[in-house]
Design a binder for this molecule. Sequence first.
Ligand SMILES: C[S@@+](CC[C@H](N)C(=O)[O-])C[C@H]1O[C@@H](n2cnc3c(N)ncnc32)[C@H](O)[C@@H]1O
Length: 271
Amino acid sequence: MTTASEWTSVARGWDSHRDQVEQMKAPLTAELLAGLALRPGEQVLELGAGTGELALLLADAVSPGGRVMATDVAPGMVELARRTTADRPAIDVREVDATSTGLESASFDAVVFRMGLMFVPEPAEALRECRRVLRPGGRAAMAVWSGPGQNMWLTAVGMSAMMQGLVQGGPPTGPGGIFSLGEPEQLEKAARDAGFADLEVRRIAISARYASADEHYDSVEQLAGPLHLALVSATPEQRAAVKASAASLIEQYATASGYQLPGEALLLLAH
Ligand SMILES: C[S@@+](CC[C@H](N)C(=O)[O-])C[C@H]1O[C@@H](n2cnc3c(N)ncnc32)[C@H](O)[C@@H]1O
């Protein structure tokens, strides 16, 4: 299973959960946009653009006269982003791998990678590529999830799936894992090694709200590229066990109207 097919397998889930995803990431998105301080007329490259929702905001920020190239490695996500941005001529959508974009050197004022860099097994390569395509003085904004202890909304299902023996591959903190850049020092070092200077890593608190434990489980199952196929191809008994275990892990976050699970993202800004 390649990264591209893994993420294509959840494109439908990302399409139907886009409002929930954007709402959850809203504080991060606001800091990312403020930190980048985009100006009209600028050229922006977005890597791992997913649904294309962020590309719309980036295009607003560089309007009039600016352009956004919204890219993703997964054909299913590229199709989604094309649909989302179809009526925005300032946005080009392309299938691109962050580690080898094939794009011209020094051709962008800003590069954005929101919640994708940690899935790249060689993040140093992707960061070097980002630096290569940036003009002198260009800015980068990269967001990743912090560690598993800070992100119970995901860990509750991931740990439960692991206990059922459903998770293949390395640990989620290993290369290419969702928590692989979860420490600020790791992210900062990776960017510094790739040649970025003037770095800042901020911790951003996130809150994930669900009406019920079932909604929480369904949302993670339909959005988590690396977990999705393992969960949907599990036996009914295994799936029920994962659901029950995840529900008991999130019980402490129950509210009057459902569940409010804490999360934390890291935002790297390199100016
Ligand atoms: C968690 S989703 C985030 C999507 C979107 N950026 C957002 O914040 O909502 C991760 C995205 O990164 C993409 N991705 C993973 N590895 C990639 C790579 N090597 N190059 C480009 N995109 C990649 C996936 O296809 C997926 O769309």
